[in-house]
Unconditional design. Sequence first.
Length: 173
Amino acid sequence: MKTNIVLIGMTGSGKSTIGEKLSQQLGMPFKDIDLFIEHTTKQSIPELFEVSEAHFRAIETKACKKIAATENHTVISCGGGVVLNPENIQALRKTGWIVFIDRPIEHIIKDIEIGHRPLLKEGKGKLYQFHEQRLNLYQSFADFRVDNQSGLEDVLNTIKNNLPKTITHKRRG
Ligand SMILES: Nc1ncnc2c1ncn2[C@@H]1O[C@H](COP(=O)(O)OP(=O)(O)O)[C@@H](O)[C@H]1O
Ligand SMILES: O=C(O)C1=C[C@@H](OP(=O)(O)O)[C@@H](O)[C@H](O)C1
Ligand SMILES: [Mg+2]
């Protein structure tokens, strides 16, 4: 059953920040897939990318499958590239409601930290390329899309006001 809330969207769109706040507000556990990967491999995301992007992606897929299969009533924040492998989404959507956090690139460019984001080390301009490659994927995999254009509180309220019954049921009962 779909009891998890799974946040997807561009790098810097707010998935980790929103996921943590949402989990606090809903009283649900929180799992950030990147943090889970860093914890289980005992290596940072940049260190994993230093081996190769393919190395990181293989670990990411294992993490998605594991988290999707073991978590319930959990808020899960994905990395921006989770949509690149359909296996990841296939696994996550079995147990989760997929929410696309849609934030304008111009907003992301203004505040994204590139230090722990190896794909942006050549510059933030890469964001435009990723957006072009990934926008359709985010849209097609999402059960729900939320605009992150104004404030984080608006985003949190919109998600909370649209939760499917499979997620609200246990919380209330
Ligand atoms: N609506 C917003 N208003 C202000 N800052 C935002 C908003 N959405 C995201 N941010 C900021 O953008 C940055 C990137 O957010 P983060 O949660 O790390 O994104 P992601 O996990 O999607 O890469 C953070 O500094 C976060 O506070
Ligand atoms: O967009 C991407 O491909 C990536 C996004 C990152 O997560 P955030 O979306 O939290 O930045 C992280 O998974 C890795 O650096 C790759
Ligand atoms: Mg994140």
